[in-house]
Write a protein that binds this ligand. Structure first.
Ligand code: ADP
Ligand code: MG
Ligand code: MG
Ligand code: MG
Ligand code: MG
Length: 660
């Protein structure tokens, strides 16, 4: 998105009057992009990761680990470094990193300076680039500060001190009982986004994650730390009036979700069709990777009974009104909407021949007028519905300056306004106008891991999987409602080992290629066969197989590592792919380690980060078996995480014998 444009954001009372205007121009802008670039071909594979960091400040005297609110001080230095490198591309200071602000005033987002290309050599640079990024960020921090990659900060919103510097929770934007507005990125966009979500919704967001009932956790658990009698804002009474559920950890502000850290991967496809195909195929991988990367078991100082952050973020930006949530009859709003703006995707978009309309089995909420307009202007129904679905949302932040007349042919900011505040498991990214960027797809479900090794392993795994998908024409389609069920499963404690996930039984495009045929032919043959399949549209309709027979529930171990001759396993497919390309032994060895890591996670031979964190707390000598993560436990956890990421702690349960 580039640097955030400066301007004057409109408060909700004004912004809402321009919603139709933004949507109208947003659609025009999309149409221009589409018609100019729909036939763009042969873009090469480019890709990049996004790693989000928290700046942790240690207070050794009081044994406390806090969030340091120095985002812009650090970011300014990092961006100076980036600019210097840009000016002098031949020096040894290559443009290795790029830095952006994030929602929390204690967060940073780092990406490679330029996207990676499609070569193996670049795959091997991912981990060292991530390490370099972390070192560079650390360089501009104070001696007591560290860049840490954890999905959720355990003591965010707790009584006592969790911010450096400390502020009392009495901010106008969030009106939270637990966090001050100073925790939000001070750029006008972010407090406005926060306030406008609250105002549009008509109340504060209300997130309730189930508490983990340990031996001494009271039952029912009624959180004694909620200031139920505060009387500073009208919203203060919401907690006492039923928003804070018993047996749950209650959170009332956007930062509880948007202040979490994730790992995202963006790919450039060779053309729009390939992008649409990857979007659909990776959608089904989203929940599987969420479960494997699960890293967020603690919220507001309590162990929760879930392992992932996703639903917390979904709740944290849920701007739907009561009418839209189906709690009151529609009067002022246009739609009852099944999900938050931050949630799993609701429809597939590929026109690939393996797609069947029955897979889109959710009752899609979309703007019929916008859909018709798009179709009247040459967009096919699937893509038109996708965009019309995104456009059921209102723009949340409108800069006054952006309302001056623009030429829709050359800009995309009104389109991006809506697009980039639809935070779904996958994002289909059209090229920005007047750039040479192609059609891209973003994979967004993964949680951030503690070490650069782990983050590189997950990133490389996803990149290689996309190569296998495209080389072998893999087909992961299942009804999209089943993907939603998988998302729910992924949140459960220890989901990797205890839950089963819907997955397609035969992942080969052509239904009559069975696994036996696949392992018995050499790789050249496979690509030739697939080529034939591609050229022969008629041979595909295999109507005799009903959709219900196409998928079943599998363990993550079986999905990743295979199940005898029943199912090949994603890693087996990736290994086949690697064997089919010309790869030297050394590279094979490095990539092999990443795959081995994913394999072991799926088998349960090494723990998920969430499990490891939960166990750390539960085995801490000061833990009282009451679900409470105290300041001291949190301090020790952060200290240990710092050591792990530096390779100074032995943690075979988390890392096996992999060296970081
Ligand atoms: P956003 O926050 O909107 O998802 P960012 O710009 O922060 O986007 O990061 C997207 C990622 O995409 C970065 O890792 C970047 O290196 C990568 N990237 C940039 N250009 C391309 C491209 N043309 N194709 C694929 N990936 C790209
Ligand atoms: Mg972003
Ligand atoms: Mg980004
Ligand atoms: Mg980000
Ligand atoms: Mg992103």
């Amino acid at each position: 998105m580039g640097l955030l444009s400066l301007g004057t954001p409109l408060p909700w009372e004004e912004a809402k009057n321009y919603a139709d205007y933004i949507r109208h121009h947003g659609i025009k802008q999309f149409l221009w992009i589409y018609h100019k670039l729909k036939d763009k071909q042969n873009d090469c594979l480019l890709w990049g990761d996004e790693v989000e960091y928290m700046v942790i400040a240690f207070d050794e005297e009081n044994k406390n680990a806090k969030l340091s609110l120095r985002l812009y001080e650090i970011l300014n230095e990092l961006q100076k470094e980036e600019e210097a490198a840009l000016k002098n591309p031949n020096s040894d200071k290559m443009v290795k990193t790029s830095w952006k602000p994030e929602y929390g005033a204690y967060m940073l987002e780092g990406t490679p300076g330029v996207p990676y290309g499609g070569t193996l050599k670049e795959l091997l640079q991912v981990e060292s680039n991530m390490k370099y990024r972390r070192q560079l960020a650390a360089k501009y921090m104070k001696p007591n500060e560290v860049p840490i990659t954890i999905a959720s900060f355990p003591r965010l919103g707790c009584q006592g001190q969790f911010l450096e510097p400390h502020y009392e929770p009495k901010g106008e934007a969030s009106r939270s009982l637990f966090v001050p507005d100073e925790i939000i990125n001070p750029h006008a966009r972010f407090p406005t986004l926060t306030a406008n979500i609250r105002k549009r919704r008509g109340s504060k967001v209300a997130i309730n994650m189930p508490i983990f009932h340990d031996i001494k956790t009271p039952k029912p658990f009624i959180d004694p730390t909620i200031p139920r009698n505060r009387n500073l804002f009208p919203e203060d009474k919401e907690a006492a009036e039923g928003m804070a559920l018993p047996d749950h950890i209650y959170m009332d502000a956007m930062v509880f979700g948007m202040g979490c850290c994730c790992l995202q991967i963006t790919f450039q496809a060779c053309n729009i069709e390939e992008a649409r195909r990857l979007y659909d195929q990776l959608a089904n991988i989203g929940p599987i990777m969420l479960a494997l990367s699960a890293a967020a078991p603690i919220y507001r100082g309590y162990l929760s009974d879930v392992d992932c952050r996703w639903n917390v973020i979904a709740g944290s930006v849920d701007d739907r009104t009561k009418e839209e949530r189906g709690l009151e009859p529609l009067k002022n709003n246009r739609f009852v909407i099944n999900k938050s703006r931050y949630d799993s995707i609701d429809c597939y978009i590929s026109t690939d021949k393996t797609f069947k309309p029955e897979y889109n089995d959710l009752d899609l909420v979309y703007d019929k007028e916008i859909c018709k307009n798009l179709m009247d202007n040459g967009i096919d129904e699937l893509l038109a519905r996708h965009v019309a679905h995104l456009f059921i949302r209102d723009p949340l932040v409108i800069f006054k300056e952006s309302l001056e007349e623009q030429n829709d042919e050359n800009v995309s900011d009104h389109f991006e306004n809506i697009q980039s505040t639809n935070w779904q498991t996958m994002r289909f990214k059209p090229p920005p106008p007047n750039s040479n960027i192609g059609w891209r797809v973003e994979f967004r479900s993964m949680e951030i891991q503690i070490t650069d090794f782990e983050n590189a392993a997950f990133a490389v795994f996803i990149v290689l999987l996309t190569r296998a998908i495209l080389s072998y024409g893999l087909n992961f389609y299942i009804p999209i409602s089943k993907v939603d069920e998988n998302m729910k499963m992924a949140h459960r404690r220890d989901a990797v080992l205890s839950e089963k996930f819907w997955f397609r039984k035969n992942v080969f495009e052509k239904n009559n290629i069975m696994y036996d045929d696949y392992v018995n032919v050499d790789n050249d043959n496979i690509s030739i066969q697939q080529q034939n399949v591609h050229n022969n549209n008629n041979s595909l309709d295999n109507k005799s197989i009903s959709i219900e027979d196409e998928y079943e529930q599998m363990s993550i171990d079986n999905i990743i590592n295979g199940d005898g001759d029943k199912f090949p396993g994603l890693i087996t497919l990736i290994n086949h792919y690697l064997e089919s390309i010309n790869i030297d032994i050394e590279s094979r060895c490095i990539l092999g380690k990443y795959l081995e890591f994913v394999k072991k996670k799926a088998k349960g031979e090494i723990q998920t980060t969430a499990k490891w964190i939960r166990e750390f707390v539960r085995s801490h000598p000061k833990y009282q078996q009451d679900s409470v993560v105290t300041q001291e436990i949190n301090y020790d956890l952060m200290k240990t995480i710092e050591k792990i990421q530096k390779g100074e702690a032995e943690t075979p349960e988390l890392l096996g014998n992999f060296k970081v």
